[in-house]
Design a protein around this ligand. Sequence first.
Ligand code: ADP
Length: 314
Amino acid sequence: MSALPSARQSQAAIRLQGLEKIYAGGKRALDGVSLSIPRGSMFGLLGPNGAGKSTLINILAGLVMKTAGTAEVWGFDIDVNPRNAKASLGVVPQELLFDAFFTPFETLELQAGLFGVPKASRQTMELLRKVRLDDKAHAYSRTLSGGMKRRLLIAKALVHNPPVVILDEPTAGVDIELRQMLWAYVRELHAAGTTVVLTTHYLEEAEALCDRIAIVNHGRIVIDTDTPSLLSQAREKRVVVVLQDDISVVPAIEGAMRVELLDPRRLDILYDKAQVQAGAILAGLAAAGLCVVDVTTREADLEDVFLQLTGAAT
Ligand code: ADP
């Protein structure tokens, strides 16, 4: 954890108030975002493409100028105390951008220099060990695999030991093995006291890692709550039944929100679990003269909530 003093006793790792961004050309990417990310949390920022997530991150990273509102990192206002705000934040970008002719060791040393970390307090080899790149310390970056580059980006965001780290789509396009490794590493980072914010469009990733989730849509926060409460908002439940005989017409089932014929013997039925129970759905099938030979039900997951709140496919 960083030894940086806090500007004031704010409990938030990141606090945004009325944050607005209108790009030249008139696109309103952020439309009054107010958000408080608690210290010590593992926070998921979700939203469909174009929702405004990158704009938000880039404002915090000092890469995009906001149009209105305020933003604080670790209690430091990005306008009033830009240096401290910057020093409190590490951002792991999405793109794998490196100077191909630097080695991982040199890349980290340069970054430490940029952040004014004195030579004596640099932990370059230690960081490389943490992301399991110590054996590549002196290889050219261009010889690293995609997964290694991604790990190097994480190390690069940590050279100044910031208390808050934002990972932008950390596992986009990586294979399952690397995803597991990155998840383990992110959990380790969080367990060591770092506040972790991640954007992802893999909802199972947010569900697995994050204790709190905010969903952004059209530049606004549509929900900000702890993960279990968010999941409990999923009202829809699905039951798939296998029928004894083929049918060709979708039957009307009392209490169902949607009935779909998957194949002549399988029906996919969506219902609101707050309104009806599975038993009533099965009774409705019997009333329609259908004989059911097998049933599977599925609880709604984060994807269902996401769809409910944004109307966007993931
Ligand atoms: P996300 O990261 O959630 O996909 P972005 O923050 O990249 O969303 O984009 C939000 C909106 O702002 C989108 O409509 C996008 O087209 C627009 N946008 C992003 N960057 C720029 C820019 N530099 N100039 C103009 N419009 C932009």
